[in-house]
Design a protein around this ligand. Structure first.
Ligand SMILES: [Fe+2]
Ligand SMILES: [Fe+2]
Length: 243
């Protein structure tokens, strides 16, 4: 298993794994960086170099996950990265997939009644995905930031706001696996069941986009489940003690 480090040249990293492109963008790096190493770029852009290296390694290697290292990062750094990822999904990936589905439906022969199944499944997935992201942004992340504030500045903030008094993170991980299942169904409709009476190249582009999105969201969920949830428990314990 190859791991990148702060002395790796970012251009070499991208040549090895171009799926990291949106990842480095949301970490704050744009292309045109010549032969700079990760460390040089992070210093120049004011990015936490250890966090940058951890995230690209988590993304590049499915089997790599240094829970200990990731738990050391401040919740604000982790949440900032997750919010940028949400923005990328909502503002770029979903509209792009809708465009591909429209093309897919337009370019088929003989009415393609069955192909509309894709639209139906995609709409369901999209709705659930957007609700999930909204729940994280309106409830989960603010709750964690508030807990964090109480631990960091106990003199400024000593009690939780009313809206979070009875808040629970229970069921959060389950939502991620429900979405994974819906994505698998969506891909299988095209791979296994639809009659191939559509434009094959457009079908392949749509599938490729679903595969890339699946990989990205799985890594995203992994960070939320394995880092954010334990962080919440850690912060709750510091505030409320063992209950
Ligand atoms: Fe998220
Ligand atoms: Fe999530």
């Amino acid at each position: 298993m190859e791991l990148f480090n702060e002395n790796s040249k970012l251009a070499t990293v991208i040549h090895k794994d171009h799926t990291l492109l949106p990842v480095i963008n949301r970490l704050g790096v744009k292309l045109g960086f010549g032969d700079s190493t990760i460390k040089q770029l992070c210093v120049r852009e004011g990015i936490d170099v250890t966090f940058f290296v951890e995230i690209i390694n988590v993304f590049h290697n499915e089997s790599y996950f240094s829970k200990k290292k990731l738990l050391d990062f401040s919740v604000t750094v982790v949440i900032d990265y997750l919010l940028k990822t949400h923005k990328y999904y909502l503002e770029y990936v979903l509209p792009e997939q809708e465009r591909l589905i429209d093309l897919f439906l337009l370019n088929c022969q003989n009415g393609c009644k069955e192909n509309e199944l894709i639209q139906k499944f995609y709409n369901k997935f999209r709705e659930e995905f957007i609700n999930h992201v909204e729940f994280e942004e309106s409830r989960v992340f603010p709750y964690i930031l508030e807990l964090n504030e109480m631990v960091q500045h106990p003199s400024k903030k000593s009690v939780l706001s009313d809206q979070f008094k009875n808040f629970t993170i229970k069921g959060f991980e389950q939502e991620h696996s429900d979405m994974d299942e819906k994505m698998l169904d969506l891909k299988n409709i095209i791979i296994k069941y639809l009659p191939p009476n559509y434009d094959l190249n457009i079908g392949n582009s749509l599938l490729a986009s679903l595969f890339v999105f699946e990989k990205d969201t799985k890594n995203h969920s992994r960070i939320e489940d394995k880092i954010l949830v334990p962080k919440v428990r850690q912060l709750e314990k510091m505030i409320k003690g063992d209950e």
